[in-house]
Every structure is written in C-alpha cells, then in structure tokens.
Design a protein around this ligand. Sequence first.
Ligand SMILES: NC(=O)c1ccc[n+]([C@@H]2O[C@H](COP(=O)([O-])OP(=O)(O)OC[C@H]3O[C@@H](n4cnc5c(N)ncnc54)[C@H](OP(=O)(O)O)[C@@H]3O)[C@@H](O)[C@H]2O)c1
Length: 187
Amino acid sequence: MGRQLLRVIAAAESNMGIGKCGNLPWDLPNEFNYFLSRITSVSTPGKKNLVISGRQSAIKDSPLPNCYSVVLSRTLSSVPENANYLCRDLDSAIQLGSLAPLSEEIETIWVLGGVKLFEEAMKHPNCDQIYLTKIMAHFDCDTFFPEFDQEIFRLVDEFPGVPSEIQEENGIKYKFQVFEKVSKQSI
Ligand SMILES: NC(=O)c1ccc[n+]([C@@H]2O[C@H](COP(=O)([O-])OP(=O)(O)OC[C@H]3O[C@@H](n4cnc5c(N)ncnc54)[C@H](OP(=O)(O)O)[C@@H]3O)[C@@H](O)[C@H]2O)c1
C-alpha cells in the first residue's frame, strides 16, 4: 500500500470566504492557472496525481493533464462527466490512490474542496501542506474555508517554486501561501 501525501489547495478572501452561489466569487485567471499548474505537476514523468473534490467543486476543464479525478458524493450513482471515479467518502478515495492498480502511478493526492472535504483532509495524517492563496480583498461569500491550527500548519516564508511577491490581477492583490505541517518533535 502506497502512502501518498495529501495536499489541500484553495484561495480565500479576507474573511476566509471561498465561494458564492456554487461559484468562485472572483475572476482571477492567473491565480486559477497557478492552481491548475500545482495540481497537474508531477516530478517524475509517467506519474499522475489524484485530485479529489466534492460534487460542487469538481473541475469542469477536463481532462486535466497528469491527473485522475475523483468526485465524492453519496447521492450520485454514476461517475460525473469529466471525472474518472466516483467515491462515497474521502477514505475510499485515498484508498483508491493508495492500493493497486493506481498506487504505483499516483504521486500526490490533491484535495480541491469544498468545506467538509478541506476539514477532513487537514485532519488526515498524510496531509503535509496547505496551499492557500490569500486574496487581499473582501468578496461577498456563502462558503468559507474551515479554521485550522496554525501551530500545526505553519506559514512558510519562502517556498520553492512559489512566488513570494504580492500578485495583482484585475485590480485585486493576492499572495500565494504555503502552510507546512510541523513535525511532532518540533511542536
Ligand atoms: N476558493 C476555492 O479555493 C474553492 C475551492 C473549492 C470550492 N470552492 C467553492 O465552494 C463552493 C462549493 O463547496 P461546498 O463545500 O459547498 O460543496 P462541495 O464539497 O464541493 O460539494 C458538496 C457535495 O459534495 C459531496 N461531498 C462533499 N464532501 C464529501 C465527503 N467528505 N464525503 C462524501 N461526499 C462529499 C456531497 O454530495 P452529495 O450531496 O451528492 O452526497 C455534498 O453535498 C462553491 O462555491 C465553489 O466555487 C472554492
């Protein structure tokens, strides 16, 4: 059984809002491209990532290069268009990536939301990083990124491959952030 690392990726506005009426509240194409490039990057040719999302957060641009996509739902009875797998819960999706035949192929498991899935993923022992873009503006939202313990996941000052300077797009400033889980010994 493989032990792929589990990573959470999201963007949140100044009140930690992430969504409104089932959509992203902002239009930041470069930020979205950063997100796509993170989840589709693999370090070894031939490897793939497993991307897991709730029914409302599934990515419509498909197929994503280098990815298998899993949608979680307890009500759907068939795999949604543009996804590769349907699972009933996070553990089944993680098992799918950790057991044969996919285990040899999967490099990283990315959790794309929504809220419950972020919450569960951040508590999972294999979750080592949270990629959370800080949008430095207020948007009206009805969906919010869950609280997490910043003594356990600490903000990294400079992360390899992640621009540390403030970005600006359509007059909106934002910053790419990575929080990394502190090893038990150093807490
Ligand atoms: N800014 C960001 O980074 C970001 C990221 C993701 C999403 N969003 C936004 O957030 C909103 C959607 O998030 P959401 O939390 O409302 O919905 P969601 O998690 O995407 O979808 C909810 C549905 O997915 C299924 N589901 C979710 N977690 C599950 C689990 N652990 N086990 C089994 N099924 C699970 C359930 O489907 P069934 O009812 O079929 O069982 C649930 O009703 C949208 O506005 C979206 O644009 C923003």
